[in-house]
Design a protein around this ligand. Structure first.
Ligand SMILES: C[S@@+](CC[C@H](N)C(=O)[O-])C[C@H]1O[C@@H](n2cnc3c(N)ncnc32)[C@H](O)[C@@H]1O
Length: 252
């Protein structure tokens, strides 16, 4: 085995301007690139032309390359002596299976390092100008997914009932009806502000403001095309959805 190396890198959720400088440097040195489906093309284009580029991404339930295959590819390419960049959407530590990948690399004796990225919720908060926490109104924020490994959904009432906690759901638009029902059962008021954000961090991002008792209806009628976050809590009443839509339109 030659001395290869794997960098597990967060690409951010959208345009290249959300990459960290560290991620950019590593990407420019990549000899093999394994990237997620959600990584944008302008970011992939930053890797050297001669670098091997393989999409190992998943979109929703559609698997292009299994996790086992991705793990094997990382090790195989590193054992050729290459600097492998495993480029992941958003931040690798947020619903990114990064620990599974690190453990696999450790078991196979492949050295690695992890570089942080901007998670989708942070990009959405900046783009649509809402806070995730807000003094006196939102004391905490919880990032969660309704989905379990088996594809079922399970929400713990105690965790979601605190009205001073902002909730941001990843990978959950298919489960909107269940989320709405469970949050109402847990005591969240019907009028709790909700913002649905699609393609955060990208120029064609869209944010729809609604309220908890209309969450499922809104998700089901909105014809989403890209990845979606569901943000629930009082802090999201501050979202500037209309003004940003206007500002983006003016750039076109
Ligand atoms: C497998 S998770 C990966 C999250 C990623 N590691 C992060 O930190 O943003 C994929 C989910 O993240 C959310 N997501 C990722 N990119 C997004 C974006 N640009 N806009 C809105 N949601 C996004 C969606 O809920 C999507 O189903």
């Amino acid at each position: 085995m030659r001395n290869g190396f794997v960098s597990l890198v967060g690409a951010g959720p959208g345009n290249a301007d959300l990459l960290t400088l560290g991620a950019l440097k590593v990407l420019q040195q990549a000899q093999a690139l394994l990237y997620d489906a959600l990584v944008s093309e302008d970011i992939i284009a930053l890797a050297p032309q001669r670098c091997v580029k393989i999409c190992v991404g998943k979109r929703g339930d559609r698997l292009s390359v299994s996790q086992d295959k991705t793990n094997e590819l990382m090790v195989r390419l590193a054992r050729k002596g290459l600097h492998v960049v495993r480029l992941k959407g958003g931040d690798p530590s947020m619903f990114g299976r990064v620990e599974e990948e690190r453990q696999y690399l450790d078991r196979h004796g492949v050295p690695h390092k992890t570089l942080a990225g901007v998670t989708a919720a942070s990009a959405a908060a900046a783009q649509f100008e809402f806070p995730l926490t807000h003094r006196g109104e939102a004391r905490a924020v919880t990032f969660l997914t309704g989905r379990t490994k088996e594809g079922s959904i399970d929400l713990d009432d105690a965790r979601v009932s605190d009205t001073e906690t902002s909730l941001v759901f990843y990978m959950s638009s298919h489960n909107a009806r269940h989320i709405e029902a469970r949050l109402r059962e847990a005591g969240r008021p019907a009028a709790t502000p909700v913002v649905l954000i699609e393609n955060a961090g990208r120029q064609h991002a869209r944010a729809v403001a609604t309220r908890l008792d209309r969450l499922a209806a809104e998700v089901e009628t909105a014809a989403w095309d890209g990845p979606v976050l569901i943000a629930v809590g009082d802090a999201f009443a501050y979202a500037r959805t209309a003004s940003v839509a206007t500002a983006v339109a003016a750039l076109r």
